[in-house]
Design a protein around this ligand. Structure first.
Ligand SMILES: *Cc1c(COP(=O)(O)O)cnc(C)c1O
Length: 471
């Protein structure tokens, strides 16, 4: 990525010093971090006592570097840094020490149990993460602006993703989006791939329809065609599922959601395995996708994360595993209650044994390190905090129940420590119209519910009184 920069002896000294630092960091990751359990990595990431004592006055919390840019000792250091010959941070649109620690924690958590290497680029939102992940595969490779390009994606996806793909890419830029309607059907995926396909994209579990597919099988299919598989794993988080371990190339997160339950702000992340599969002739992209997008396309587009938000989010992720476990168990209890409720037409939750995708989800959604947890002592499935239910009597009655909620917040949000509910047809999935909603299986009387950290009995009590208003 250095281009044709001429290296002076002064620059070389900085390069040598930084190479020594990187070698030490790699050894630390290999010998220390990779041997730690998930919770330890979530708490500490790559922030060491040595970092703290040498550079940050002993601060036990990663510092928030609210600074636009970095100063250099001399012109040699500046020249080396701006040619990307040494990993400094230059300017906060490109990198920043606070986002650095956020990125490393996520790279390590998504790469937990994976024997290759992973890296991460932080983004200002989940939508920016999706844009960051897909755009580099949509470039023209043949010097022909009319070159046909397409990609294949699960129709069951977040409403914003539907808009980005269907409007921004397909309608505005003539990049064909081929929707997979039944993502459990491998033949449907295969039938949509041709020589102009650039990547496969899937969200799982999908928001709110709880779509799911066999990650390993779809990754194998993608790789047969020299394509990467990109997965939106926002709802599961690495505490329950790490798609890269099953063959996916790239994972995107709306870190706004479950990763950061407290809800201070919007943020995103792209985590990729090094040496991913693609038919795009670009070695930098293949070797280290996150670093490539960080240093080049994202430098030029600017969807960077603010350092303040990076540390707020990082601080939230330290307790990820136990929060996801608690919220999953409560959601299960609430789903079982709603299943028996006379005013409820149907309940969708992957944890319910009669859910059509329960078995598939059970293959992939495991509480990380449950076997090392004294409470469990063996692997246990957990299905997350996202569920939905349809209210009897149609859209009008769904709104009656929804408007009756007193403890659960009416908000288009998910993954919060506070329980939230929304009606997707009038909120998150309103823009895509009836046709798009049908494609994504979003009925008008569906209430999406995300159970938070309250005692589940109180969540149930609130739902019960709200449903009693239904005629
Ligand atoms: C919210 C969400 C997004 C978009 O993330 P933002 O942080 O709101 O930009 C993407 N995917 C899923 C599954 C989401 O729930």
């Amino acid at each position: 990525m250095a281009g044709d920069t001429e290296i002076t002896p002064g620059m070389q000294r900085y390069i040598d010093r930084n190479n020594a630092y990187l070698a030490k960091r790699d050894r630390y990751i290999r010998d220390v971090v990779k041997k730690q359990r998930f919770d330890t990595i979530a708490v500490h990431g790559l922030y060491t006592m040595e970092d703290a004592l040498e550079d940050y006055q002993g601060s036990i919390i990663e510092p928030i570097f609210m600074s636009t840019s970095q100063a250099y000792r001399d012109s040699d250091e500046m020249a080396a840094a701006l040619a990307y010959l040494i990993p400094t941070w230059c300017y906060s649109r490109i990198a920043n020490p606070s986002t650095y620690y956020y990125e490393w924690t996520l790279a390590l958590l998504e790469g937990y149990g994976f024997d290759g290497e992973t890296s991460c680029v932080s983004t200002s939102s989940g939508m920016a993460a999706i844009m960051t992940a897909v755009q580099p595969f949509l470039v023209h490779t043949r010097n022909d602006v009319r070159e046909p390009r397409n990609f294949v994606a699960t129709a069951q996806c977040y409403g914003g993703t539907f808009q980005q793909f269907n409007v921004r890419l397909a309608q505005e830029r003539a990049i064909e989006c081929r929707w997979v309607v039944d993502s459990t059907n491998l033949d449907e995926w295969a039938s949509k791939i041709d020589e102009n396909t650039r990547f496969l994209y899937g969200e799982l579990p999908s928001n709110p329809g709880l779509g799911f597919f066999d990650i390993a099988a779809v990754a194998a299919l993608a790789h047969e065609h020299h394509l990467p598989l990109i997965v939106d794993a926002t709802v599961a988080t690495p505490a329950l599922m790490r798609p890269i371990c099953h063959g996916a190339d790239i994972v995107v997160h709306s870190a706004t959601k479950t990763l950061t339950t407290s809800g201070f702000g919007v943020c995103g992340a792209v985590i990729a395995r090094k040496g991913l599969v693609t038919n795009i002739p670009n070695d930098a992209l293949k070797n280290d996708f996150a670093l490539y997008t960080k240093y080049l396309p994202n430098r030029d587009y600017g969807p960077n994360l603010h350092p303040m938000q990076a540390i707020l989010s990082l601080n939230d992720m330290r307790t990820l595993r136990s929060k996801v476990d608690m919220m999953s168990r409560s959601t299960m209890k609430v789903a079982q209650f709603l299943q028996k409720h006379p005013k409820v037409e149907s309940v969708e939750y992957l944890g319910l044994p009669d859910h059509p995708r329960h078995e598939l989800a059970s293959k992939y959604m495991w509480l990380v390190d449950a076997e090392y947890d004294e409470q469990y002592g063996k692997p246990v499935n957990r299905y997350g905090h996202l569920m939905s239910f349809c209210v009897k009597g149609g859209a009008g009655q769904a709104r009656v129940a929804f408007d009756g909620l007193q403890r659960i917040w009416r908000a288009t949000d998910l993954g919060r420590i506070k329980s939230v509910a929304t009606i997707p047809a009038i909120s998150t999935h309103q823009q895509q119209g009836e046709e798009g909603r049908k494609l994504a299986h979003i009925p008008p009387n569906m209430v999406r519910l995300c159970v938070g950290g309250e005692h589940p009995d109180d969540v149930i009590r609130d739902l019960d009184q709200a449903l009693h208003r239904v005629k």
